[in-house]
Design a protein around this ligand. Structure first.
Ligand SMILES: Cc1cc2nc3c(=O)[nH]c(=O)nc-3n(C[C@H](O)[C@H](O)[C@H](O)COP(=O)(O)O)c2cc1C
Length: 159
């Protein structure tokens, strides 16, 4: 039998960064705070991004097959906090956040370390999150700095 407590304790020891995943569908844009993200291939450059199936962003990625990851800087906990609220509850999360649209049409947050933009090339829809495999088709550096790490925030997403 699975030791639930051990599973939770160990899974929470897997380190994560924090990102704003920008998404679009038609003319509409949205974004959410993501942590279950990692590189998955050098050639072609792939990343995996695990997205909660009942979120607005999930439906938008499924429809558009693109997403953009803005990499948060160590001091940007507040921005992460803004984007973990569901759009269906708080409305437009980009209202007072400066952003621009990338090659994919997804929103990229200007005041971040930089971004990668991805086109979805595969997905695994198991459990309560979908693993979207994205090929990195564009990237840019905004500025120097250390990334925001989930561990430094005191928040949990995992277990
Ligand atoms: C610390 C933290 C990390 C999160 N990481 C993820 C993640 O990796 N994938 C995901 O789908 N949701 C993640 N979330 C939850 C989403 O940010 C949340 O469901 C958001 O409200 C979705 O927004 P939407 O409904 O506007 O798409 C995380 C939340 C927190 C607080």
């Amino acid at each position: 039998m699975l030791d639930e407590q051990a599973k939770k304790t160990m899974l929470r020891k897997i380190p994560h960064g924090l990102y704003i995943c920008g998404v679009k569908e038609g003319d509409e844009v949205n974004g959410f705070t993501a942590s279950w993200v990692m590189q998955a291939s050098f050639q072609p450059p792939l990343v995996v991004n695990c997205v909660k199936q009942d979120s607005k962003s999930h439906a938008m990625i499924k429809a558009s097959q693109v997403f953009a990851l803005s990499i948060l800087a160590a001091e940007q906990k507040e921005l992460a906090q803004k984007f973990f609220k569901p759009q269906r509850r708080v409305g437009n999360k980009f209202e007072d956040v400066e952003f621009y649209l990338g090659e994919t049409g997804c929103p990229i947050i200007s005041d971040t370390l930089g971004y990668v933009e991805c086109r979805v090339v595969g997905s695994v829809e198991q459990g309560d999150h979908t693993v979207f495999v994205g090929e990195v088709i564009a990237a840019g550096v905004h500025r120097e700095g250390d990334p925001l790490l989930l561990e430094s925030t005191g928040w949990q997403y995992g277990g």
